[in-house]
Design a protein around this ligand. Structure first.
Ligand code: UDP
Length: 242
């Protein structure tokens, strides 16, 4: 496998072409952004930890019938993936009220939802990723109804699987964001699944173990990511704090 030119540089990852037109390499950076990139920083070793965490979660989902873009982890910061034509809809699944949902509905963070919620956001930085519905998706031509039905079914199944996975590791899966794409006519789960894209709360203490520590200047960010990495990957990467 030969790494070729840079195709795209995002906030937390760089995408490189390879000598195989069907495959790309994701390089995981330590850069962190929040509030539509108004807040910028760096979380030491984040890229290494997110790459490892994503690998474990993609493998787990594949084993449980969810098709993903994951091929293999190549190195500390590199993952080999199937090349996707990304659907410009960010899918958020929620189990507990937090973040933008708390603001939108005027509810307290931490309230358990009676059933999971799935939401769609238009993946457009210039617009600040606004929330959209199926009518918007249709009018913008972002995906067909059939594709969105598949994506939504996957999102609900992924939520059930991840909730169970984190539960066993004494972590509440509060909410998370997913991205999907097309590959040879098939819908695959893409992007990454990690503490940048999920809200994860320690079940015993309620401590936040995700990017909210960075967004809200709570400190112990690296330690929280390391603790998630340890519980997910079963490896000691740092001194646990929770
Ligand atoms: N999220 C994400 N990328 C985004 C927006 C949200 O990964 O661009 C994740 C976020 O980490 C959380 C979930 O999606 O786990 C729901 O985020 P929310 O809508 O509450 O927005 P936020 O409060 O993060 O702005």
């Amino acid at each position: 496998m030969e790494k070729r030119e840079k195709l795209y540089e995002g906030k937390a990852k760089i995408i490189h072409a390879t000598d195989n037109p069907d495959l790309i390499i994701q390089y995981f950076k330590d850069d962190a952004t929040a509030f539509n990139a108004e807040k910028k920083g760096s979380i030491e070793s984040k890229g290494i930890m997110n790459n490892k965490i994503s690998e474990v979660l993609f493998k787990y989902l594949e084993e449980n019938g969810i098709p993903t873009h994951f091929v293999e982890r190549l190195s500390d910061r590199e993952m080999l993936n199937k090349k996707l034509d990304i659907v410009l809809v960010e899918v958020v699944a929620r189990n507990i009220v937090a973040g933008s949902l708390a603001k939108r509905l005027g509810k307290d963070e931490g309230e358990l939802l009676p059933a999971p919620i799935v939401e769609y956001y238009y993946k457009d930085d210039a617009l600040g990723d606004p929330m959209i519905n199926m009518d918007h998706i249709r009018i913008l031509g972002l995906a067909t109804d059939e594709e969105m039905a598949k994506i939504t079914e996957y999102a609900r199944r992924i939520n059930g699987l991840l909730k169970k996975f984190f539960d066993k590791r004494n972590i509440d899966l509060v909410d998370f964001k997913l991205e999907f794409g097309r590959h040879n006519g098939e819908i695959l789960l893409g992007d990454e699944i990690c503490p940048d894209t999920c809200r994860l709360w320690d079940k015993t203490t309620g401590e936040k173990m995700d990017k909210d520590r960075f967004r809200r200047d709570m400190g112990k960010i690296e330690e929280a990511y390391a603790e998630v990495c340890k519980r997910v990957c079963g490896e000691q990467t740092s001194i646990p704090i929770f």
